[in-house]
Design a protein around this ligand. Structure first.
Ligand code: F6P
Length: 356
Protein backbone atom coordinates (compact mmCIF):
# COMPACT_ATOMS: atom_id res chain seq x y z
CA UNK A 1 0.00 0.00 0.00
CA UNK A 2 1.38 3.38 -1.01
CA UNK A 3 0.60 6.99 -0.18
CA UNK A 4 1.01 9.25 -3.19
CA UNK A 5 0.62 12.98 -3.69
CA UNK A 6 -0.73 14.82 -6.70
CA UNK A 7 -0.45 18.49 -7.60
CA UNK A 8 -1.23 20.78 -10.52
CA UNK A 9 1.30 23.50 -11.29
CA UNK A 10 1.50 26.52 -13.63
CA UNK A 11 -1.39 27.94 -15.66
CA UNK A 12 -4.62 25.97 -15.42
CA UNK A 13 -6.38 24.41 -18.41
CA UNK A 14 -9.34 22.18 -19.15
CA UNK A 15 -8.83 18.51 -18.34
CA UNK A 16 -6.84 18.85 -15.10
CA UNK A 17 -9.71 17.57 -12.96
CA UNK A 18 -10.22 14.66 -15.33
CA UNK A 19 -6.56 13.71 -14.77
CA UNK A 20 -6.88 14.02 -10.97
CA UNK A 21 -9.99 11.84 -11.14
CA UNK A 22 -8.17 9.19 -13.16
CA UNK A 23 -5.24 9.10 -10.75
CA UNK A 24 -7.56 8.72 -7.76
CA UNK A 25 -9.61 5.97 -9.43
CA UNK A 26 -6.56 3.98 -10.43
CA UNK A 27 -4.58 4.45 -7.20
CA UNK A 28 -7.54 3.80 -4.88
CA UNK A 29 -8.32 0.71 -6.98
CA UNK A 30 -4.90 -0.58 -5.93
CA UNK A 31 -5.67 0.17 -2.30
CA UNK A 32 -3.38 3.23 -2.17
CA UNK A 33 -3.99 6.54 -0.43
CA UNK A 34 -3.98 9.75 -2.51
CA UNK A 35 -3.28 13.21 -1.08
CA UNK A 36 -4.11 16.22 -3.22
CA UNK A 37 -1.58 19.03 -2.64
CA UNK A 38 -3.15 22.47 -2.68
CA UNK A 39 -1.77 25.24 -4.90
CA UNK A 40 1.16 23.30 -6.29
CA UNK A 41 4.47 23.75 -4.44
CA UNK A 42 2.92 26.46 -2.23
CA UNK A 43 0.98 23.66 -0.51
CA UNK A 44 4.20 21.80 0.29
CA UNK A 45 5.89 25.02 1.39
CA UNK A 46 3.12 25.79 3.94
CA UNK A 47 3.25 24.53 7.53
CA UNK A 48 1.52 22.24 8.03
CA UNK A 49 1.67 21.22 4.34
CA UNK A 50 -1.69 21.90 2.70
CA UNK A 51 -3.22 18.70 1.41
CA UNK A 52 -6.49 16.82 1.33
CA UNK A 53 -7.21 13.11 1.16
CA UNK A 54 -8.86 12.27 -2.15
CA UNK A 55 -11.41 9.46 -2.40
CA UNK A 56 -13.25 8.18 -5.47
CA UNK A 57 -16.61 9.67 -4.36
CA UNK A 58 -15.05 13.11 -4.10
CA UNK A 59 -13.59 13.15 -7.59
CA UNK A 60 -16.22 11.21 -9.51
CA UNK A 61 -18.20 14.27 -10.55
CA UNK A 62 -15.06 16.13 -11.67
CA UNK A 63 -14.89 14.72 -15.19
CA UNK A 64 -16.58 17.70 -16.79
CA UNK A 65 -15.48 20.51 -14.48
CA UNK A 66 -12.96 23.11 -15.58
CA UNK A 67 -9.97 24.50 -13.67
CA UNK A 68 -8.25 22.43 -11.01
CA UNK A 69 -9.88 21.37 -7.74
CA UNK A 70 -6.43 21.57 -6.10
CA UNK A 71 -5.67 25.12 -7.13
CA UNK A 72 -2.42 26.06 -8.84
CA UNK A 73 0.18 28.78 -9.01
CA UNK A 74 2.77 30.10 -11.38
CA UNK A 75 4.17 32.50 -8.79
CA UNK A 76 7.83 32.05 -9.26
CA UNK A 77 10.57 29.53 -8.99
CA UNK A 78 10.93 28.14 -5.43
CA UNK A 79 14.72 28.25 -5.87
CA UNK A 80 14.45 32.03 -6.33
CA UNK A 81 11.15 32.74 -4.67
CA UNK A 82 9.84 36.34 -4.60
CA UNK A 83 9.17 37.35 -0.97
CA UNK A 84 6.57 40.01 0.02
CA UNK A 85 9.38 42.48 0.91
CA UNK A 86 10.76 42.25 -2.64
CA UNK A 87 13.71 40.02 -1.74
CA UNK A 88 14.42 36.65 -3.37
CA UNK A 89 14.75 33.52 -1.27
CA UNK A 90 15.47 29.82 -1.91
CA UNK A 91 12.41 27.95 -0.51
CA UNK A 92 13.26 24.55 -2.00
CA UNK A 93 14.17 22.94 1.36
CA UNK A 94 10.73 23.74 2.79
CA UNK A 95 8.98 22.16 -0.18
CA UNK A 96 11.11 19.02 0.01
CA UNK A 97 10.52 18.80 3.78
CA UNK A 98 6.77 19.20 3.14
CA UNK A 99 6.80 16.17 0.83
CA UNK A 100 8.59 14.07 3.47
CA UNK A 101 6.38 15.35 6.31
CA UNK A 102 3.33 14.06 4.44
CA UNK A 103 4.96 10.64 4.30
CA UNK A 104 4.57 10.39 0.53
CA UNK A 105 6.02 7.49 -1.42
CA UNK A 106 5.74 9.37 -4.71
CA UNK A 107 4.42 12.58 -6.23
CA UNK A 108 2.55 13.07 -9.51
CA UNK A 109 3.18 16.56 -10.88
CA UNK A 110 0.86 17.81 -13.62
CA UNK A 111 2.53 20.73 -15.34
CA UNK A 112 3.98 22.41 -18.39
CA UNK A 113 7.70 22.38 -19.24
CA UNK A 114 8.56 25.15 -16.76
CA UNK A 115 6.74 23.48 -13.86
CA UNK A 116 8.11 20.04 -14.70
CA UNK A 117 11.66 21.43 -14.79
CA UNK A 118 11.19 22.98 -11.33
CA UNK A 119 9.59 19.85 -9.88
CA UNK A 120 12.40 17.74 -11.29
CA UNK A 121 15.00 20.06 -9.77
CA UNK A 122 13.26 19.65 -6.37
CA UNK A 123 13.02 15.89 -6.83
CA UNK A 124 16.71 15.56 -7.65
CA UNK A 125 17.71 17.68 -4.69
CA UNK A 126 15.39 16.15 -2.10
CA UNK A 127 14.78 12.52 -2.97
CA UNK A 128 11.23 13.05 -4.25
CA UNK A 129 9.92 10.15 -6.35
CA UNK A 130 8.43 12.20 -9.16
CA UNK A 131 6.26 11.21 -12.12
CA UNK A 132 5.16 13.92 -14.59
CA UNK A 133 1.95 14.42 -16.56
CA UNK A 134 2.17 17.03 -19.35
CA UNK A 135 -0.47 19.75 -19.53
CA UNK A 136 -0.51 23.05 -21.39
CA UNK A 137 -2.78 24.67 -23.91
CA UNK A 138 0.43 25.68 -25.74
CA UNK A 139 1.23 22.00 -26.58
CA UNK A 140 4.92 22.88 -26.63
CA UNK A 141 6.32 20.12 -24.40
CA UNK A 142 8.84 17.92 -26.17
CA UNK A 143 8.16 14.37 -27.38
CA UNK A 144 4.47 14.09 -26.43
CA UNK A 145 2.00 14.77 -29.25
CA UNK A 146 -0.71 15.83 -26.81
CA UNK A 147 -0.63 17.77 -23.59
CA UNK A 148 -3.81 18.07 -21.52
CA UNK A 149 -5.72 21.27 -22.35
CA UNK A 150 -4.54 21.84 -25.92
CA UNK A 151 -7.46 20.21 -27.69
CA UNK A 152 -10.04 22.16 -25.70
CA UNK A 153 -8.21 25.43 -26.44
CA UNK A 154 -8.21 24.60 -30.17
CA UNK A 155 -11.94 23.83 -30.03
CA UNK A 156 -12.65 27.16 -28.35
CA UNK A 157 -10.51 29.13 -30.82
CA UNK A 158 -12.15 27.29 -33.72
CA UNK A 159 -15.60 28.11 -32.41
CA UNK A 160 -14.56 31.75 -32.08
CA UNK A 161 -13.56 31.80 -35.77
CA UNK A 162 -16.82 30.09 -36.73
CA UNK A 163 -18.75 32.84 -34.95
CA UNK A 164 -16.56 35.68 -36.22
CA UNK A 165 -17.04 34.57 -39.80
CA UNK A 166 -20.75 35.49 -39.74
CA UNK A 167 -20.26 38.92 -38.29
CA UNK A 168 -17.25 39.56 -40.57
CA UNK A 169 -19.31 38.69 -43.63
CA UNK A 170 -22.29 40.77 -42.46
CA UNK A 171 -20.16 43.91 -42.07
CA UNK A 172 -17.55 43.28 -44.79
CA UNK A 173 -14.78 43.46 -42.22
CA UNK A 174 -11.38 42.00 -41.54
CA UNK A 175 -11.63 40.11 -38.26
CA UNK A 176 -8.49 39.41 -36.26
CA UNK A 177 -8.50 36.75 -33.55
CA UNK A 178 -5.54 36.83 -31.16
CA UNK A 179 -4.94 33.50 -29.43
CA UNK A 180 -2.59 32.23 -26.72
CA UNK A 181 0.18 29.69 -27.15
CA UNK A 182 3.16 31.53 -25.72
CA UNK A 183 6.13 31.09 -28.13
CA UNK A 184 4.50 28.27 -30.10
CA UNK A 185 1.86 28.61 -32.81
CA UNK A 186 0.12 25.25 -32.30
CA UNK A 187 -3.25 26.70 -31.26
CA UNK A 188 -3.27 29.26 -34.09
CA UNK A 189 -2.38 26.86 -36.86
CA UNK A 190 -4.77 24.10 -35.74
CA UNK A 191 -7.73 26.42 -35.08
CA UNK A 192 -6.90 28.52 -38.14
CA UNK A 193 -7.20 25.54 -40.47
CA UNK A 194 -10.22 24.08 -38.69
CA UNK A 195 -11.98 27.45 -38.52
CA UNK A 196 -11.36 28.54 -42.11
CA UNK A 197 -8.94 31.42 -41.48
CA UNK A 198 -7.52 33.23 -44.53
CA UNK A 199 -4.36 34.29 -42.73
CA UNK A 200 -2.57 32.41 -39.93
CA UNK A 201 0.34 34.10 -38.20
CA UNK A 202 2.56 32.10 -35.85
CA UNK A 203 5.80 33.03 -34.07
CA UNK A 204 7.80 30.36 -35.89
CA UNK A 205 7.27 31.74 -39.42
CA UNK A 206 8.00 35.38 -40.39
CA UNK A 207 5.37 37.36 -42.29
CA UNK A 208 5.07 40.73 -43.98
CA UNK A 209 2.20 43.19 -43.72
CA UNK A 210 2.40 43.61 -47.51
CA UNK A 211 1.59 39.94 -48.01
CA UNK A 212 -1.37 40.11 -45.63
CA UNK A 213 -2.63 43.13 -47.61
CA UNK A 214 -2.24 41.15 -50.85
CA UNK A 215 -4.23 38.27 -49.39
CA UNK A 216 -7.07 40.62 -48.41
CA UNK A 217 -7.02 42.28 -51.84
CA UNK A 218 -6.97 38.93 -53.61
CA UNK A 219 -10.05 37.90 -51.67
CA UNK A 220 -11.76 41.18 -52.55
CA UNK A 221 -10.95 40.57 -56.23
CA UNK A 222 -12.61 37.16 -55.88
CA UNK A 223 -15.73 38.90 -54.56
CA UNK A 224 -15.16 37.88 -50.95
CA UNK A 225 -16.08 40.73 -48.66
CA UNK A 226 -14.38 39.65 -45.46
CA UNK A 227 -11.18 38.13 -44.18
CA UNK A 228 -10.43 36.06 -41.07
CA UNK A 229 -6.99 36.38 -39.51
CA UNK A 230 -5.78 34.33 -36.55
CA UNK A 231 -2.59 35.44 -34.83
CA UNK A 232 -0.56 33.91 -32.00
CA UNK A 233 0.14 36.22 -29.09
CA UNK A 234 3.95 36.03 -29.46
CA UNK A 235 4.05 37.02 -33.15
CA UNK A 236 6.38 39.98 -33.52
CA UNK A 237 5.73 43.36 -35.05
CA UNK A 238 7.49 44.31 -38.29
CA UNK A 239 10.20 45.92 -36.13
CA UNK A 240 10.82 42.56 -34.46
CA UNK A 241 9.19 43.58 -31.19
CA UNK A 242 7.23 41.11 -29.03
CA UNK A 243 4.30 42.99 -27.52
CA UNK A 244 3.39 42.51 -23.88
CA UNK A 245 0.82 43.83 -21.44
CA UNK A 246 1.64 44.61 -17.83
CA UNK A 247 -0.95 44.91 -15.07
CA UNK A 248 -0.81 47.10 -11.96
CA UNK A 249 1.04 44.39 -10.03
CA UNK A 250 3.78 44.45 -12.63
CA UNK A 251 2.78 41.02 -13.99
CA UNK A 252 3.49 40.80 -17.66
CA UNK A 253 2.24 38.58 -20.47
CA UNK A 254 2.09 38.57 -24.24
CA UNK A 255 -0.68 40.61 -25.87
CA UNK A 256 -1.42 43.39 -28.30
CA UNK A 257 -0.29 41.98 -31.64
CA UNK A 258 -3.89 41.76 -32.89
CA UNK A 259 -4.47 45.49 -32.43
CA UNK A 260 -1.06 46.29 -33.91
CA UNK A 261 -1.98 44.36 -37.08
CA UNK A 262 -5.39 46.03 -37.25
CA UNK A 263 -3.76 49.47 -37.13
CA UNK A 264 -1.23 48.52 -39.80
CA UNK A 265 -3.91 47.16 -42.15
CA UNK A 266 -6.14 50.17 -41.68
CA UNK A 267 -3.23 52.52 -42.36
CA UNK A 268 -2.05 50.67 -45.48
CA UNK A 269 -5.27 49.66 -47.24
CA UNK A 270 -8.04 51.34 -45.22
CA UNK A 271 -9.93 48.16 -44.41
CA UNK A 272 -12.40 48.12 -41.55
CA UNK A 273 -10.97 45.82 -38.91
CA UNK A 274 -12.05 44.47 -35.52
CA UNK A 275 -9.94 42.59 -33.00
CA UNK A 276 -10.95 39.83 -30.57
CA UNK A 277 -8.48 38.76 -27.91
CA UNK A 278 -9.61 35.32 -26.79
CA UNK A 279 -7.45 35.23 -23.64
CA UNK A 280 -8.18 32.92 -20.75
CA UNK A 281 -11.46 31.71 -22.25
CA UNK A 282 -9.15 29.21 -23.99
CA UNK A 283 -8.27 27.72 -20.60
CA UNK A 284 -11.69 27.66 -18.96
CA UNK A 285 -14.64 25.35 -18.88
CA UNK A 286 -15.43 21.77 -19.73
CA UNK A 287 -12.70 19.76 -21.41
CA UNK A 288 -13.23 18.34 -24.89
CA UNK A 289 -13.72 14.56 -25.17
CA UNK A 290 -10.15 14.21 -26.49
CA UNK A 291 -8.68 16.10 -23.53
CA UNK A 292 -10.71 13.95 -21.13
CA UNK A 293 -9.44 10.87 -22.89
CA UNK A 294 -5.82 12.03 -22.80
CA UNK A 295 -6.20 13.01 -19.13
CA UNK A 296 -7.68 9.62 -18.23
CA UNK A 297 -4.97 7.70 -20.06
CA UNK A 298 -2.19 9.85 -18.57
CA UNK A 299 -3.60 9.55 -15.03
CA UNK A 300 -3.72 5.76 -15.19
CA UNK A 301 -0.28 5.53 -16.83
CA UNK A 302 1.27 7.78 -14.16
CA UNK A 303 -0.03 5.55 -11.36
CA UNK A 304 1.29 2.50 -13.19
CA UNK A 305 4.74 4.11 -13.46
CA UNK A 306 4.76 4.55 -9.68
CA UNK A 307 3.81 0.92 -9.24
CA UNK A 308 6.80 -0.04 -11.43
CA UNK A 309 9.07 2.29 -9.44
CA UNK A 310 9.83 4.18 -12.67
CA UNK A 311 10.48 7.66 -11.31
CA UNK A 312 11.75 10.83 -13.02
CA UNK A 313 9.61 9.89 -16.04
CA UNK A 314 6.82 11.76 -17.81
CA UNK A 315 3.90 10.05 -19.53
CA UNK A 316 3.59 10.82 -23.23
CA UNK A 317 1.25 10.27 -26.16
CA UNK A 318 3.18 8.96 -29.14
CA UNK A 319 1.87 7.17 -32.22
CA UNK A 320 -1.50 6.37 -30.66
CA UNK A 321 0.07 4.95 -27.50
CA UNK A 322 0.71 6.18 -24.01
CA UNK A 323 4.41 5.72 -23.32
CA UNK A 324 6.88 7.39 -20.98
CA UNK A 325 10.17 9.25 -21.34
CA UNK A 326 12.66 10.69 -18.85
CA UNK A 327 11.34 14.11 -17.79
CA UNK A 328 14.75 15.61 -18.60
CA UNK A 329 14.46 14.43 -22.22
CA UNK A 330 10.97 15.87 -22.67
CA UNK A 331 11.78 19.29 -21.27
CA UNK A 332 15.00 19.52 -23.26
CA UNK A 333 13.08 19.16 -26.52
CA UNK A 334 10.85 22.22 -26.76
CA UNK A 335 8.20 21.56 -29.41
CA UNK A 336 7.53 24.52 -31.68
CA UNK A 337 5.69 24.39 -35.02
CA UNK A 338 8.20 23.08 -37.52
CA UNK A 339 8.04 24.67 -40.99
CA UNK A 340 7.93 21.11 -42.42
CA UNK A 341 4.91 20.12 -40.27
CA UNK A 342 1.92 18.59 -42.03
CA UNK A 343 -0.28 21.41 -40.80
CA UNK A 344 1.99 24.03 -42.37
CA UNK A 345 1.77 22.19 -45.70
CA UNK A 346 -1.98 21.81 -45.27
CA UNK A 347 -2.49 25.52 -44.65
CA UNK A 348 -0.37 26.44 -47.66
CA UNK A 349 -2.22 23.90 -49.79
CA UNK A 350 -5.47 25.58 -48.84
CA UNK A 351 -4.20 28.98 -49.99
CA UNK A 352 -3.99 30.36 -46.46
CA UNK A 353 -1.29 33.01 -45.99
CA UNK A 354 0.98 31.64 -43.26
CA UNK A 355 4.06 33.78 -43.71
CA UNK A 356 6.94 33.58 -46.08
O1 F6P B 1 1.16 28.69 -20.89
C1 F6P B 1 -0.22 28.83 -20.91
C2 F6P B 1 -0.62 30.27 -21.14
O2 F6P B 1 -2.03 30.32 -21.20
C3 F6P B 1 0.01 30.93 -22.34
O3 F6P B 1 -0.61 30.54 -23.55
C4 F6P B 1 -0.16 32.38 -21.98
O4 F6P B 1 0.83 33.17 -22.61
C5 F6P B 1 0.05 32.39 -20.49
O5 F6P B 1 -0.22 31.08 -20.04
C6 F6P B 1 -0.82 33.35 -19.73
O6 F6P B 1 -0.46 33.29 -18.39
P1 F6P B 1 -1.28 33.99 -17.20
O7 F6P B 1 -2.35 33.04 -16.79
O8 F6P B 1 -0.26 34.16 -16.15
O9 F6P B 1 -1.86 35.27 -17.72
Amino acid sequence: CKRIGILTSGGDCSGLNAAIRAVVHCACGKGWEVLGIRQATLGLMARPPQSLKLEIDQVDSLLTSGGTMLGTTNKGDPFAFPMPDGSICDRSEQIIAGYHQLGLDALIGIGGDGSLAILRHLAQKGGINLVGIPKTIDNDIGITEHAIGFDTAVNIATEALDRLQFTAASHSRVMILEVMGRDAGHIAIAAGIAGGADVILIPEIPYTIDHICSQIKQRQDQGKNYCLIIVSEAVRTQDGETLTMTNRLGQCRYGGIGQYLADQLCERIGVETRVTVLGHIQRGGTASPRDRLVAAAFGVAAVNLIEEGKYDYMVTWQNRQVLSVPIAEAIAQYRAVNPDDTLVKTARGLGIYLGD
